[in-house]
Design a binder for this molecule. Structure first.
Ligand code: ASP
Length: 516
């Protein structure tokens, strides 16, 4: 069975089991939970912690400590909310509205939580399995980035001709990826699907410095002072990427037998990592199942509305980039009719759509660009393999939209996350790096999103939720990735003085490979 069908089936199964838990297991004794307005001294507490315990919808609040004034002042412990006639409403987004009878004023409230509700207990094994899956994903990040970038750079080689081509290709990759990211950024800020969304994710209290990060800090922090420290957590990915680029570049400048050894080593290591990733990614359907049980079991179906709007935003941005931006570049810089080029490239695009993998599509892409597009083999064999791993406009756009969506959500449930201009610039930069570092395999973009979230100090749980709806978006973004690679080949060929692209009605060549 094709992977996307399998994922869909497990997704529906997870939603069904989750709703069953919703219907059958009462999580909270609703009798003493009353909605109150804020008259009479009620306050809205948006940051809820209790000795590091996360407050998740579905848990029962059994005790309450009111901190009046400075932390050292007398604290009143309340074992039953009814004792003081206090009423609590736990809103679905994790906010707590607290209405109390001791005078007015805003006061911090610490809640103690009972996690023994039957629903929480039933859901725990699923949430455990979902966490295991997440950890497996995180395990892949550093070795995949390291091996894919080093082997990629070494594969490019040095030499004058290659250097000129390399510079052009690089400029094309960076500028189209940035254009894609900006399209995504504008749309996600206009639509704001994450703000006040009911995703049922909690924000465990951590020190986020996103708000204070300036643009220059990003550059400074890209340079590792101890590379093993950068490998040690999944936060300093830019440092890992920076090191990998330099390391790969240096390999190209040592004695040729050393060079050969290193090249072979990193190519082999990359192959091994792809195998390992293949194994982890084959668990996606089950990961999605456990996650859906957890999310739907705790919050119900409300989660689907913002997710739906998020998906539409991604699709709309991908559409604009593929149908407006890239064709304009093709027309002006490549002097090629976008429609003819699109028709000629269709076998590669269909393969990309059905495999969700630029790497798997690579043989088809090379074939169609050369045979149907009439681009010289010299350009094709340089630009296409590199593009399949480095140039991912769709992925870059998706990273940006996904991360901002989650950041919108987190910033609406906690004041600790602020989506400032500076942090958005950081996301743009990280999205670009992530798209360079992502391997051309299904769901690689999602692995990289975990990286960005960690770097921004946001809970990676959010990426796991997006996983549930990742596959259809992956198919479309892979198509965009491959489409941009082919446009790049045409534009670069034209800039090298080739008059080949599409000449002699290249789009009529009968290349129709089987679409895996
Ligand atoms: N599947 C994409 C590709 O192979 C990468 C991604 O997950 O965004 O191009």
């Amino acid at each position: 069975m094709k992977v996307h069908w399998k994922i869909l089936i497990w997704l529906v199964a997870g939603a069904l089991v989750g709703s069953l838990f919703q219907l059958m297991l009462e999580a909270t004794p609703t009798s003493n939970i009353v909605v109150q307005n804020q008259d009479g001294g009620g306050v809205v507490v948006s940051k809820v912690t209790s000795g590091g315990v996360k407050l998740t919808p579905g848990q029962i609040i059994v005790g309450l400590v009111l901190d009046r004034g400075t932390p050292d002042e007398k604290k009143i412990s309340i074992n039953s909310t009814e004792t003081y006639g206090a009423t609590i409403l736990q809103a679905a987004n994790g906010d707590v509205v607290w209405h109390q009878l001791f005078g007015g004023g805003i006061q911090p409230v610490t809640l103690s939580i009972d996690s023994s509700s039957p629903r929480v207990k039933w859901i725990r094994p699923f949430s455990f399995a979902a966490d295991m899956f997440l950890r497996l994903l995180k395990m892949l990040i550093v070795p995949i980035i390291l091996t894919s970038i080093i082997s990629g750079v070494v594969g490019v080689g040095s030499g004058r001709d290659l250097r000129r081509l390399g510079t052009k290709t690089f400029i094309y990759y960076i500028s189209t990826s940035l254009l894609a990211i900006v399209t995504g950024l504008v749309l996600i800020n206009a639509v704001q699907p994450g703000t006040d969304a009911k995703l049922g994710l909690s924000y465990d209290d951590r020190f986020s410095d996103v708000a204070e990060t300036s643009f220059f800090d990003v550059f400074l922090r890209m340079i590792p002072s101890n590379i093993f420290e950068s490998f040690g957590d999944n936060i300093n990915m830019l440092q890992v990427i920076f090191f990998a680029l330099l390391f790969g570049y240096s390999i190209l400048h040592v004695k040729s037998d050393y060079q050969q050894n290193m090249k072979q080593f990193f190519e082999a290591a990359f192959e091994v990592m792809m195998k390992l990733a293949g194994f982890v990614l084959s668990l996606i359907p089950y990961g999605v199942f456990c996650l859906l049980v957890k999310v739907i079991g705790l919050t119900g179906f409300e989660v689907f509305k913002p997710l739906g709007i998020y998906m539409i935003t991604v699709v709309a941005a991908l559409f604009i980039h593929s149908v407006v931006t890239l064709p304009l570049l093709l027309k002006f810089f490549g002097k090629i009719s976008p429609i003819r080029w699109f028709k000629a490239m269709s076998p590669a695009l269909i393969t990309a759509y059905s495999t969700s993998s630029s790497s798997m599509t690579l043989p088809v892409t090379m074939e169609v660009v050369e045979k149907r597009g009439k681009v010289s083999n010299r350009i094709v064999s340089f630009v296409q393999p590199l593009g399949a791993t480095i140039n991912m406009d769709g992925t870059a756009l998706y990273e940006c939209v996904g991360v901002i969506f989650l950041a919108q959500y987190y910033s609406s449930i906690t004041p600790d996350v602020a989506l400032t201009f500076g942090s958005q610039i950081l996301v743009v930069f990280m999205a670009l790096m992530a798209s360079i570092g992502a391997a051309g395999i299904p769901s690689a973009g999602l692995i990289m999103m975990v990286t960005i979230l960690s770097a921004l100090n946001l809970p990676v749980e959010g990426a796991a939720l997006l996983l549930a709806v990742d596959r259809p978006l992956d198919m479309l973004r892979t198509m965009t990735n491959v489409w941009s690679d082919t446009c790049g080949a045409a534009i670069i060929a034209r800039s090298e003085g080739e008059d080949g692209p599409l000449h002699a009605g290249g789009d009529e060549s009968p290349v129709a490979p089987d679409t895996a």
